[in-house]
Design a protein around this ligand. Sequence first.
Ligand SMILES: Cc1cc2nc3c(=O)[nH]c(=O)nc-3n(C[C@H](O)[C@H](O)[C@H](O)COP(=O)(O)O)c2cc1C
Length: 230
Amino acid sequence: MKILHVDASAKRERSNSRALSRFFLERLREQGVEFEVDYLDVSVDTPAHVTEAFAIATYTPEHERTEAMKATLAPSDELCRRLIEADAFVFAMPMYNWSIPSAFKAYIDNIIRTNLTYVNTADGRIEGVLTRQKALFVTSRGADLRAGSPYASMDALTPALRAAFGFIGVNAPVFVDAQPLQFSDQAARTEALERARAELTAVAADWASSFNAGMANAAAISTNRDDVVA
Ligand SMILES: Cc1cc2nc3c(=O)[nH]c(=O)nc-3n(C[C@H](O)[C@H](O)[C@H](O)COP(=O)(O)O)c2cc1C
């Protein structure tokens, strides 16, 4: 099994979202899930912003694309391939100015692609392709945006992520939002991290039970096949 793990914080060792995404993967391993990680740090390997050449090439039908258009789209094709090949996604990022960090937004602009991550159906609908993968979003916020907080209405991060990834087929993404991590006293920050770790531990247990059940089913099917052949 392969997990695509994407970090997006501008911070490194001091980043809470990075630490929490690592924490999640450690809990998953502890639960006996065997997986490889395809890692991408979009704050270092930031995908290109949308250019005029990209905007034209992406909506040109494949059979009409020039070699130059294909070259323009190649890095985005590769990012889409990594998503399609993964069995699960772990996306970690801070909230910047109430929304998505620009490096992660550039990533989103590269992975929403016709005939790769979504398709136009014959009857005029649009269908996302990434329906089989589980998805976890770990977000870190300086303020507390939970219901009841004066900042609750300012969350433009969660709906934007839901919309973008829902469009390409991601069903029922899980969100673990660590908050408040900056604009609060130390006790509230510590409590926020503890709450996030507890939620991540629960998500890891949930993923482990479905992954381990999937592996058991696959093993049973292959055993039955051996029986038939024998
Ligand atoms: C440029 C910048 C903008 C930020 N904007 C917000 C914001 O709009 N709302 C918020 O709650 N926190 C905001 N923060 C705080 C971060 O979201 C918070 O410190 C978070 O824990 C950082 O995650 P990290 O440790 O993974 O980098 C901002 C931080 C930076 C550096």
